[in-house]
Design a protein around this ligand. Structure first.
Ligand code: KG4
Ligand code: ZN
Length: 324
Protein backbone atom coordinates (compact mmCIF):
# COMPACT_ATOMS: atom_id res chain seq x y z
CA UNK A 1 0.00 0.00 0.00
CA UNK A 2 1.39 3.40 -1.05
CA UNK A 3 0.81 6.39 1.23
CA UNK A 4 1.68 9.94 0.26
CA UNK A 5 2.70 11.96 3.35
CA UNK A 6 2.56 15.76 3.43
CA UNK A 7 4.27 17.84 6.14
CA UNK A 8 4.02 21.65 6.32
CA UNK A 9 3.85 22.45 10.06
CA UNK A 10 6.94 24.70 10.27
CA UNK A 11 9.60 25.72 7.74
CA UNK A 12 9.90 22.46 5.78
CA UNK A 13 7.64 21.76 2.82
CA UNK A 14 7.92 17.98 2.65
CA UNK A 15 6.36 15.06 0.79
CA UNK A 16 7.20 11.39 0.89
CA UNK A 17 5.89 8.09 -0.37
CA UNK A 18 6.15 5.16 2.01
CA UNK A 19 5.13 1.59 1.16
CA UNK A 20 3.38 -0.37 3.92
CA UNK A 21 4.49 2.04 6.65
CA UNK A 22 8.16 1.03 6.43
CA UNK A 23 9.69 1.19 2.97
CA UNK A 24 10.68 4.74 2.05
CA UNK A 25 10.28 5.23 -1.71
CA UNK A 26 10.89 8.97 -1.69
CA UNK A 27 11.59 11.85 0.69
CA UNK A 28 11.58 15.42 -0.61
CA UNK A 29 12.18 18.35 1.74
CA UNK A 30 12.22 21.97 0.63
CA UNK A 31 13.20 24.17 3.54
CA UNK A 32 12.66 27.93 3.80
CA UNK A 33 15.26 28.09 6.62
CA UNK A 34 17.65 30.36 4.73
CA UNK A 35 14.97 33.07 4.45
CA UNK A 36 14.40 33.05 8.23
CA UNK A 37 18.05 33.14 9.37
CA UNK A 38 18.42 36.91 9.29
CA UNK A 39 15.44 37.22 11.68
CA UNK A 40 16.90 34.71 14.18
CA UNK A 41 13.76 32.55 14.14
CA UNK A 42 10.91 31.33 11.93
CA UNK A 43 8.71 34.04 10.41
CA UNK A 44 5.30 32.36 9.90
CA UNK A 45 4.30 34.44 6.85
CA UNK A 46 7.53 33.59 5.02
CA UNK A 47 7.11 29.90 5.87
CA UNK A 48 3.51 29.85 4.63
CA UNK A 49 4.42 31.49 1.31
CA UNK A 50 7.17 28.95 0.81
CA UNK A 51 4.69 26.09 1.35
CA UNK A 52 2.14 27.53 -1.07
CA UNK A 53 4.78 28.15 -3.74
CA UNK A 54 6.56 24.80 -3.40
CA UNK A 55 4.08 22.16 -2.35
CA UNK A 56 3.10 21.08 -5.86
CA UNK A 57 6.75 20.70 -6.92
CA UNK A 58 7.58 18.76 -3.77
CA UNK A 59 4.67 16.34 -4.26
CA UNK A 60 5.46 15.80 -7.98
CA UNK A 61 9.10 15.20 -7.03
CA UNK A 62 8.12 12.61 -4.43
CA UNK A 63 5.99 10.77 -7.01
CA UNK A 64 8.71 10.75 -9.68
CA UNK A 65 11.43 9.69 -7.21
CA UNK A 66 9.21 6.79 -6.18
CA UNK A 67 8.57 5.90 -9.85
CA UNK A 68 4.84 6.20 -9.28
CA UNK A 69 1.96 8.06 -10.84
CA UNK A 70 -0.61 9.99 -8.89
CA UNK A 71 -3.20 7.27 -9.54
CA UNK A 72 -1.01 4.69 -7.77
CA UNK A 73 -1.40 6.39 -4.37
CA UNK A 74 -3.78 4.56 -2.01
CA UNK A 75 -4.19 7.22 0.70
CA UNK A 76 -2.94 10.65 1.75
CA UNK A 77 -1.58 11.36 5.24
CA UNK A 78 -1.18 14.97 6.30
CA UNK A 79 0.11 16.77 9.40
CA UNK A 80 -2.88 18.27 11.20
CA UNK A 81 -0.87 19.87 14.03
CA UNK A 82 0.65 21.13 16.17
CA UNK A 83 2.43 23.81 14.18
CA UNK A 84 2.04 27.20 12.51
CA UNK A 85 -1.53 27.70 11.33
CA UNK A 86 -0.74 29.06 7.85
CA UNK A 87 1.63 26.22 7.10
CA UNK A 88 -0.71 23.54 8.41
CA UNK A 89 -3.61 24.93 6.36
CA UNK A 90 -1.54 24.90 3.15
CA UNK A 91 -0.77 21.19 3.59
CA UNK A 92 -4.24 20.25 4.77
CA UNK A 93 -6.00 22.07 1.89
CA UNK A 94 -3.73 20.40 -0.62
CA UNK A 95 -4.23 16.94 0.93
CA UNK A 96 -7.99 17.37 1.09
CA UNK A 97 -8.34 18.41 -2.54
CA UNK A 98 -6.13 15.53 -3.68
CA UNK A 99 -8.07 13.02 -1.58
CA UNK A 100 -11.36 14.34 -2.97
CA UNK A 101 -10.23 14.44 -6.59
CA UNK A 102 -8.60 10.99 -6.45
CA UNK A 103 -11.37 9.55 -4.26
CA UNK A 104 -8.92 8.05 -1.76
CA UNK A 105 -8.83 8.21 2.06
CA UNK A 106 -7.42 11.19 3.95
CA UNK A 107 -5.62 10.52 7.24
CA UNK A 108 -4.84 13.35 9.67
CA UNK A 109 -1.59 12.77 11.58
CA UNK A 110 -0.30 14.36 14.79
CA UNK A 111 3.16 15.83 14.16
CA UNK A 112 4.58 14.84 17.56
CA UNK A 113 3.33 11.26 17.41
CA UNK A 114 4.91 11.08 13.96
CA UNK A 115 8.28 12.24 15.38
CA UNK A 116 8.11 9.21 17.70
CA UNK A 117 7.28 6.96 14.72
CA UNK A 118 10.36 8.22 12.82
CA UNK A 119 12.53 6.06 15.12
CA UNK A 120 10.69 2.92 14.04
CA UNK A 121 11.13 3.34 10.30
CA UNK A 122 12.92 0.32 8.93
CA UNK A 123 13.04 -1.42 12.32
CA UNK A 124 10.82 -3.87 14.14
CA UNK A 125 7.99 -1.93 15.78
CA UNK A 126 8.43 -2.11 19.58
CA UNK A 127 5.83 -3.86 21.68
CA UNK A 128 3.23 -1.55 23.27
CA UNK A 129 3.22 0.09 25.73
CA UNK A 130 6.46 2.06 25.64
CA UNK A 131 7.64 5.53 26.62
CA UNK A 132 7.80 8.13 23.82
CA UNK A 133 10.01 11.22 24.07
CA UNK A 134 9.75 14.19 21.70
CA UNK A 135 12.53 16.79 21.96
CA UNK A 136 12.18 19.47 19.31
CA UNK A 137 12.12 23.19 18.66
CA UNK A 138 8.51 23.46 19.79
CA UNK A 139 8.10 20.63 22.32
CA UNK A 140 9.68 18.61 25.12
CA UNK A 141 7.22 15.88 25.93
CA UNK A 142 7.08 12.41 27.46
CA UNK A 143 4.28 10.01 26.50
CA UNK A 144 2.98 6.67 27.56
CA UNK A 145 2.33 5.12 24.15
CA UNK A 146 -0.28 2.36 24.26
CA UNK A 147 -0.96 2.15 20.53
CA UNK A 148 -0.39 4.10 17.31
CA UNK A 149 -3.51 6.12 18.12
CA UNK A 150 -3.13 6.19 21.90
CA UNK A 151 -0.46 8.61 23.16
CA UNK A 152 -0.92 9.84 26.75
CA UNK A 153 1.08 12.86 27.89
CA UNK A 154 3.13 12.16 31.04
CA UNK A 155 5.30 15.27 31.11
CA UNK A 156 5.58 18.50 29.17
CA UNK A 157 7.56 21.71 29.22
CA UNK A 158 6.00 24.51 31.21
CA UNK A 159 7.77 27.21 29.18
CA UNK A 160 10.45 26.93 26.49
CA UNK A 161 11.03 23.73 24.55
CA UNK A 162 14.55 22.32 24.76
CA UNK A 163 15.32 23.13 21.09
CA UNK A 164 14.10 26.67 21.70
CA UNK A 165 16.48 26.92 24.68
CA UNK A 166 19.36 25.80 22.43
CA UNK A 167 18.36 28.43 19.86
CA UNK A 168 18.17 31.18 22.50
CA UNK A 169 21.47 30.25 24.11
CA UNK A 170 23.07 30.33 20.65
CA UNK A 171 21.62 33.80 20.15
CA UNK A 172 22.99 34.99 23.52
CA UNK A 173 26.41 33.67 22.48
CA UNK A 174 26.16 35.48 19.14
CA UNK A 175 26.00 32.25 17.12
CA UNK A 176 23.69 31.56 14.17
CA UNK A 177 20.22 30.08 13.79
CA UNK A 178 19.18 27.34 14.36
CA UNK A 179 21.43 27.12 17.38
CA UNK A 180 21.12 23.43 18.25
CA UNK A 181 23.66 22.02 15.79
CA UNK A 182 26.11 24.91 16.48
CA UNK A 183 25.94 24.52 20.27
CA UNK A 184 26.31 20.74 19.79
CA UNK A 185 29.56 21.22 17.82
CA UNK A 186 30.93 23.92 20.13
CA UNK A 187 30.16 21.94 23.28
CA UNK A 188 32.41 19.11 22.09
CA UNK A 189 35.40 21.39 22.68
CA UNK A 190 34.21 22.71 26.05
CA UNK A 191 34.26 21.54 29.65
CA UNK A 192 30.73 20.56 30.77
CA UNK A 193 31.53 21.12 34.45
CA UNK A 194 33.20 24.51 33.96
CA UNK A 195 30.06 26.49 34.95
CA UNK A 196 27.32 25.36 37.29
CA UNK A 197 24.06 25.76 35.37
CA UNK A 198 21.17 23.83 36.83
CA UNK A 199 17.96 22.60 35.27
CA UNK A 200 15.76 20.68 37.67
CA UNK A 201 12.57 18.73 37.02
CA UNK A 202 9.43 20.50 38.18
CA UNK A 203 8.08 19.43 41.59
CA UNK A 204 9.80 16.08 41.28
CA UNK A 205 7.33 15.20 38.46
CA UNK A 206 7.92 14.60 34.76
CA UNK A 207 7.46 18.18 33.54
CA UNK A 208 10.30 20.36 32.29
CA UNK A 209 11.30 24.01 32.41
CA UNK A 210 14.09 25.51 30.31
CA UNK A 211 13.51 29.23 30.66
CA UNK A 212 15.45 29.40 33.96
CA UNK A 213 18.64 27.95 32.52
CA UNK A 214 18.38 30.20 29.46
CA UNK A 215 18.16 33.24 31.79
CA UNK A 216 21.09 31.91 33.85
CA UNK A 217 23.20 31.74 30.67
CA UNK A 218 22.14 35.29 29.80
CA UNK A 219 23.20 36.64 33.22
CA UNK A 220 26.45 34.69 33.11
CA UNK A 221 27.31 36.24 29.74
CA UNK A 222 26.30 39.70 31.00
CA UNK A 223 28.72 39.50 33.90
CA UNK A 224 31.53 37.35 32.47
CA UNK A 225 31.29 37.98 28.73
CA UNK A 226 31.25 35.12 26.24
CA UNK A 227 34.93 34.44 25.66
CA UNK A 228 34.56 30.94 27.14
CA UNK A 229 31.78 30.10 24.66
CA UNK A 230 32.79 26.46 24.42
CA UNK A 231 32.53 25.96 28.19
CA UNK A 232 29.21 27.85 28.34
CA UNK A 233 27.80 25.71 25.52
CA UNK A 234 29.04 22.48 27.13
CA UNK A 235 27.81 23.40 30.63
CA UNK A 236 24.37 24.53 29.39
CA UNK A 237 23.98 21.44 27.25
CA UNK A 238 25.00 19.04 29.98
CA UNK A 239 22.45 20.44 32.45
CA UNK A 240 19.60 20.64 29.91
CA UNK A 241 20.14 17.11 28.60
CA UNK A 242 20.61 15.62 32.06
CA UNK A 243 17.06 16.54 33.09
CA UNK A 244 15.66 15.02 29.88
CA UNK A 245 17.53 11.77 30.45
CA UNK A 246 16.56 11.74 34.13
CA UNK A 247 12.84 12.29 33.46
CA UNK A 248 12.86 9.66 30.71
CA UNK A 249 14.36 7.09 33.08
CA UNK A 250 11.84 8.08 35.73
CA UNK A 251 8.95 7.61 33.27
CA UNK A 252 10.27 4.16 32.29
CA UNK A 253 10.73 3.12 35.88
CA UNK A 254 7.36 4.50 36.98
CA UNK A 255 5.58 2.38 34.38
CA UNK A 256 7.81 -0.65 34.69
CA UNK A 257 8.90 -0.32 31.04
CA UNK A 258 12.20 -0.89 29.27
CA UNK A 259 11.63 0.74 25.87
CA UNK A 260 12.15 4.42 25.08
CA UNK A 261 11.35 5.73 21.59
CA UNK A 262 12.78 9.18 20.84
CA UNK A 263 12.12 11.73 18.08
CA UNK A 264 12.46 15.42 17.16
CA UNK A 265 15.25 17.78 16.08
CA UNK A 266 17.19 17.63 19.36
CA UNK A 267 17.45 13.83 19.16
CA UNK A 268 20.16 14.51 16.53
CA UNK A 269 22.33 15.92 19.33
CA UNK A 270 25.55 13.94 19.67
CA UNK A 271 25.87 14.33 23.44
CA UNK A 272 22.23 13.33 23.99
CA UNK A 273 22.73 10.18 21.91
CA UNK A 274 25.85 9.35 23.89
CA UNK A 275 24.16 9.92 27.27
CA UNK A 276 21.02 7.94 26.50
CA UNK A 277 22.97 5.01 25.02
CA UNK A 278 25.12 4.86 28.14
CA UNK A 279 22.03 4.74 30.36
CA UNK A 280 20.50 2.10 28.10
CA UNK A 281 23.55 -0.12 28.49
CA UNK A 282 23.57 0.41 32.26
CA UNK A 283 19.84 -0.22 32.85
CA UNK A 284 19.29 -2.81 30.08
CA UNK A 285 16.93 -0.58 28.08
CA UNK A 286 15.89 -0.65 24.42
CA UNK A 287 16.39 2.80 22.94
CA UNK A 288 14.98 3.78 19.57
CA UNK A 289 16.67 6.83 18.06
CA UNK A 290 15.77 8.16 14.60
CA UNK A 291 18.45 8.20 11.90
CA UNK A 292 19.90 11.74 12.01
CA UNK A 293 18.34 12.63 8.61
CA UNK A 294 14.86 12.01 10.04
CA UNK A 295 15.26 13.77 13.39
CA UNK A 296 14.02 17.08 12.04
CA UNK A 297 10.78 17.63 10.16
CA UNK A 298 10.07 15.33 7.23
CA UNK A 299 7.10 13.64 5.57
CA UNK A 300 8.44 10.08 5.87
CA UNK A 301 7.25 9.93 9.47
CA UNK A 302 3.82 11.31 8.44
CA UNK A 303 3.32 8.71 5.71
CA UNK A 304 4.68 5.99 8.03
CA UNK A 305 2.37 6.72 10.94
CA UNK A 306 -0.43 7.45 8.44
CA UNK A 307 -0.22 3.83 7.28
CA UNK A 308 -0.50 2.50 10.85
CA UNK A 309 -3.53 4.71 11.50
CA UNK A 310 -5.10 3.61 8.21
CA UNK A 311 -4.71 -0.02 9.32
CA UNK A 312 -6.48 0.89 12.55
CA UNK A 313 -9.43 2.18 10.54
CA UNK A 314 -8.71 5.90 10.85
CA UNK A 315 -10.32 7.93 8.02
CA UNK A 316 -10.48 11.71 8.34
CA UNK A 317 -13.44 13.65 6.98
CA UNK A 318 -12.88 16.38 4.39
CA UNK A 319 -13.93 19.10 6.83
CA UNK A 320 -10.89 18.71 9.13
CA UNK A 321 -8.92 21.83 9.92
CA UNK A 322 -5.57 22.62 11.56
CA UNK A 323 -5.04 21.76 15.24
CA UNK A 324 -2.47 24.37 16.17
O1 KG4 B 1 11.90 18.70 15.14
P1 KG4 B 1 12.38 19.99 14.59
O2 KG4 B 1 13.06 19.98 13.25
O3 KG4 B 1 11.24 21.03 14.48
C1 KG4 B 1 10.17 21.11 15.36
O4 KG4 B 1 9.19 20.34 15.19
O5 KG4 B 1 10.30 21.93 16.30
O6 KG4 B 1 13.38 20.61 15.70
C2 KG4 B 1 14.10 21.79 15.48
C3 KG4 B 1 14.95 22.06 16.71
C4 KG4 B 1 15.67 23.41 16.66
O7 KG4 B 1 15.43 24.10 17.86
C5 KG4 B 1 17.14 23.03 16.54
O8 KG4 B 1 18.02 23.97 17.14
C6 KG4 B 1 17.18 21.71 17.25
O9 KG4 B 1 15.97 21.07 16.87
N1 KG4 B 1 18.33 20.88 16.87
C7 KG4 B 1 19.31 20.50 17.73
C8 KG4 B 1 20.26 19.78 16.97
N2 KG4 B 1 19.83 19.72 15.68
C9 KG4 B 1 18.64 20.41 15.64
N3 KG4 B 1 19.46 20.74 19.04
C10 KG4 B 1 20.55 20.24 19.64
N4 KG4 B 1 21.51 19.56 19.00
C11 KG4 B 1 21.41 19.28 17.68
N5 KG4 B 1 22.37 18.60 17.05
ZN1 ZN C 1 8.89 18.70 14.32
Amino acid sequence: MYILGIETSCDETAASIVKDGMEVLSCIISSSLKYHRRYGGIVPEIATRHHVENIEKVISGSLSDAGLRIGDIDAIAVTQGPGLVGGLLSGISCAKSMAYALDIPLIAVDHLNAHVYSSMMGRRVPRFPFIGLVISGGHTRLYLVKDFDDFRVLGDTLDDAVGEAYDKVAKILGLGYPGGPIVDRLAKKGNPSAIRFTCRPIDGGLDFSFSGIKTAVMYYVKSHGSRDRQDIAASFQEAALKVIVKNSLKALEGHGLKTLVVGGGVSANSRFREMIKKEAAFHGLNIYLPPVRWCSDNAVMIAGLGYRLYKKGVRSPLDITAKV
